[in-house]
Ligand binder design. Structure first.
Ligand code: FAD
Length: 474
C-alpha cells in the first residue's frame, strides 16, 4: 500500500490498531491519511464549515474491498466512522474518536447502453455520472449540483428537476451493493433483499455503506428532441415580488411535467446591494413551447430574459459557484402540499431576508430563500419506497452562506423564520421536511405516510440495531 508514511503516534489505541491492521490490507491506490500528511487539509475540506470536526484519521479508499475491509476493521476495534462522498452534508464529519472513510477516489461510473443503466461507485459525484450518460445518449434524474455525491443524493430520496418526466432520483434505483453494519457485503435488488431496496430508496445512508448503485437511464430524447434543456433566469427588483408570484403561482400550481423552476430571493450578484427576485425556469421541450409556457413571466419585463439551451452534461454548471467548499452554509427545507402563492407571504420573506442582511452584513449576501415547485409524473407510477413526499407540491428552502462565524445565531434564527413564513398557510401536519437537508426535524415529517416510519424502524432494528450508521430510526 502506498501513502502510509504518516506516523500513527498521537492516535488513540483503537484507531491506531485500525490504522496498523489496515495498512497491509488496502489496495495500492488507497491511503491512510493523518494530520502529518500533506493531503490532510485538502481532505478535510467540506461544503460547509458548520459543525466541522477533525477526525483521528482519514482512510481514502479506492475499491469496494477497501471499503468493506475498513468497515470491518472499525467494527472489530470499536472505532466509529462516517463515510464521506461529496462532503456537502453536515454529517460526514467526526471528531478525534473516529475515522472518515473518504470515498472520493472510489468514483468509477459504468454506463450500459444496452440495458439502459448507469452504475455509480460509492464516491462518484453527480458530474461523474451525467457526462458519460450524455455521451451514451442517455440521462438519469440526478440532482442539480455537480459535486454532490451521486449515491447520497439518490439514496436519500433525490429531489430533481427531472421529477415530472423521470421521477425522483431514488425512483430510478434498480440495485445496489451495500456493506452492512456487520461488515457483510450484500447485493440488493427487487429479488435480493427487496426490503432493503425499499429502504435505500429514500433512507439509504442509515442502513449501510453503499459501494455501488445501479440506476435506470432513459433516452436523452425523453428531455427534448435534441436532448438539450431550455433554461432562463429572469431577475426582477424585489419590489416586484407580488407581480412575479402572481404570474408564477398558477404555472407552478398545475405543472406541466415538462416545466419546473424556482423563485429565489437573494442579493443582486451585481454587488449594488439591492435585493432581487429571480425566476429560475426550466423547460423540457422546444424553445417555442418554453416561451409560450412562461409568457406571463416574460411579459412582466425582467431585467434580462437570459434564455439558453444547455446539454444534459452541463445542466448543473450554472450552480457550480454554489458548490464551492468552505464558509458557513446550511440549507433547511420544508415541503407543502400547495404552492405558497399569497403575495403577502413573499413580501414577508423579502422583509425577513433584508433584515438578515442588514444584521449580518454583506458577508451573508449569498444567502437566499426560495420555493421550488415539483414536477409531477402520473400518480402511482413509481414503486412504494422510503421516499414519502409524493404529496409535496413545493419545497420552501432557506440557505445561509456567511463567512463570519459570529453570524451563526442570526443566520439560524432567519432560517427558522423563513420556513415559518413560507409554510404558515398550511396545517402543521401538512408540512413535511427533507431528511437529506435536516436530521433535527420531527421524524414523521421526514418519513411521512401510512406505515412508512414503522416499516423503516423495524428494518433498522433488524439490520443496524446498534446504530453503526447513525441512530436515526432507533
Ligand atoms: C449545493 C447543494 C445542492 C444540492 N442539490 C440537491 C438536489 O438537487 N437534490 C437533492 O436531492 N439534494 C440536493 N442537495 C442535498 C444533498 O443531496 C445532500 O446534502 C447529500 O447528502 C450530499 O451528499 P454528499 O455526498 O455531497 O455529502 P456527504 O456529506 O459526503 O454525504 C452525505 C451523507 O451520506 C453519507 N454517505 C456518503 N457516502 C455514502 C455512501 N456511499 N453510502 C452510504 N452513506 C454515505 C455520509 O456519511 C453523510 O451522512 C444539495 C446540497 C447542496 C449542498
Amino acid at each position: 500500500m502506498s501513502g502510509t508514511t504518516n506516523t500513527a503516534s498521537g492516535l488513540n489505541v483503537a484507531v491506531k490498531k485500525v490504522v496498523t491492521d489496515l495498512a497491509s490490507k488496502l489496495s495500492s491506490n488507497a491511503k491512510i491519511v493523518t494530520e502529518q500528511d500533506g493531503e490532510w487539509n485538502a481532505l478535510l475540506e467540506r461544503w460547509s464549515d458548520i459543525g466541522k470536526q477533525t477526525p483521528a484519521a482519514i482512510v481514502s479508499v479506492a475499491t469496494e474491498a477497501d471499503v468493506q475491509e475498513t468497515v470491518k476493521q472499525c467494527l472489530s476495534h470499536g472505532v466509529k466512522f462516517v463515510p464521506k462522498a461529496g462532503g456537502h452534508s453536515l454529517w460526514s464529519t467526526i471528531g478525534a474518536e473516529g475515522i472518515v472513510i473518504d470515498l472520493t477516489a472510489f468514483n468509477a461510473v459504468v454506463v450500459d447502453k444496452e440495458s439502459g443503466t448507469v452504475t455509480v461507485s460509492g464516491g462518484s459525484q453527480i458530474k461523474d455520472a451525467i457526462a458519460p450518460l450524455f455521451e451514451a445518449g442517455l440521462c438519469s434524474p440526478f440532482g442539480t449540483a455537480n459535486t454532490v455525491g451521486a449515491v447520497p443524493q439518490a439514496v436519500n430520496g433525490g429531489l430533481t428537476i427531472f421529477s415530472g418526466l423521470l421521477g425522483q432520483t431514488s425512483d430510478a434505483i434498480l440495485s445496489a451493493r451495500l456493506v452492512t453494519a456487520t461488515g457483510d457485503l450484500l447485493t440488493i435488488s427487487s429479488t435480493s433483499h427487496p426490503e432493503l431496496l425499499y429502504a435505500i430508496k429514500g433512507a439509504g445512508t442509515y442502513f449501510g455503506l453503499v459501494t455501488s448503485l445501479t440506476l435506470r437511464a432513459s433516452p436523452l430524447s425523453t428531455l427534448s428532441s435534441d436532448g438539450t434543456i431550455w433554461k432562463t433566469t429572469a431577475p426582477f427588483p424585489a419590489s416586484r415580488i407580488s407581480d412575479v408570484i402572481g404570474a408564477l403561482a398558477p404555472l407552478a400550481s398545475s405543472p406541466d411535467p415538462r416545466a419546473t423552476g424556482a423563485l429565489i430571493i437573494t442579493k443582486s450578484p451585481q454587488g449594488d446591494g439591492s435585493t432581487i427576485v429571480l425566476a429560475s425556469l426550466i423547460f423540457f421541450g422546444s424553445s417555442e413551447d418554453a416561451n409560450a409556457h412562461f409568457a406571463s413571466i416574460k411579459a412582466l419585463g425582467p431585467f434580462v430574459w437570459g434564455e439558453k439551451r444547455v446539454s444534459y452534461a452541463h445542466v448543473n454548471d450554472d450552480f457550480d459557484p454554489f458548490c464551492a467548499t468552505g464558509g458557513f452554509k446550511r440549507h433547511v427545507v420544508a415541503g407543502v402540499p400547495g404552492v405558497p402563492g399569497d403575495p403577502a407571504i413573499w413580501e414577508a420573506e423579502v422583509k425577513a431576508y433584508k433584515a438578515l442582511i442588514e444584521k449580518a452584513g454583506a458577508q451573508a449576501a449569498r444567502s437566499m430563500v426560495c420555493f421550488m415547485w415539483v414536477g409531477k409524473g402520473e400518480a402511482g407510477r413509481w414503486a412504494e419506497s422510503a421516499f414519502g413526499h409524493r404529496g409535496v407540491a413545493a419545497w420552501v428552502e432557506a440557505v445561509v452562506w456567511y463567512t463570519d462565524e459570529g453570524s451563526a445565531e442570526a443566520a439560524w434564527e432567519w432560517q427558522v423564520e423563513a420556513l415559518r413564513i413560507g409554510t404558515e398557510g398550511f396545517r402543521e401536519e401538512e408540512v413535511e421536511t427533507f431528511q437529506n437537508s435536516s436530521r433535527e426535524t420531527p421524524i414523521k415529517s421526514r418519513f411521512p405516510g401510512e406505515g412508512r416510519l414503522e416499516k423503516l424502524t423495524a428494518l433498522k432494528r433488524e439490520w443496524d440495531p446498534e446504530g453503526v450508521f447513525t441512530n436515526v430510526f432507533l
